[in-house]
Design a protein around this ligand. Sequence first.
Ligand code: SF4
Ligand code: SF4
Length: 165
Amino acid sequence: MKYLKDIMLGGLSLVEGMAVTFRRLFQPLVTVQYPRKTNKISDAYRGHIELTPSGDPKLPHKCIACGTCERVCPSGVIRVQGSKDHAKGLKVGTHFVIDFSKCSLCGLCVESCPTGALQYSKEYALIGQTHWDCVYDLMERLHRAEATKKEAAKATAKTAAKLAA
Ligand code: SF4
Ligand code: SF4
């Protein structure tokens, strides 16, 4: 008797599941074919930290290598290096190395930075296969991103000039 009851319950559960699937067939899609398509990220989304672009082509970041973020980070995953041109000059960050595999995204570094050099990114697809794939020098990354932007702007200007000729 219990055996028959189990079969009936199993069948009922299957019908219920299929009914949900059938109903969804006629409703608007809520998923996209990632990675070919992506959804718009909410303004409230807080991704991993990144350096805030300064808008100055000579020095694309605002880090003065004060080390505050390094000291407040509860996970101890930040290492900052900086240099000065001369003894009385301002210190400028040269390397900002972070291990994202141990970062808890608590945001203390962003909140405590005196120059606003750090912000939350909108990135959600940062992946790696090894621990070392998660270790980044954010300054190098920013320099690369700025260079790519410049290249893209040059290519766009070239295409526009060709089309205008
Ligand atoms: S978000 Fe938190 S854990 Fe991550 S680097 Fe900043 S202070 Fe450290
Ligand atoms: S990112 Fe901000 S807190 Fe960290 S070293 Fe640079 S200036 Fe200081």
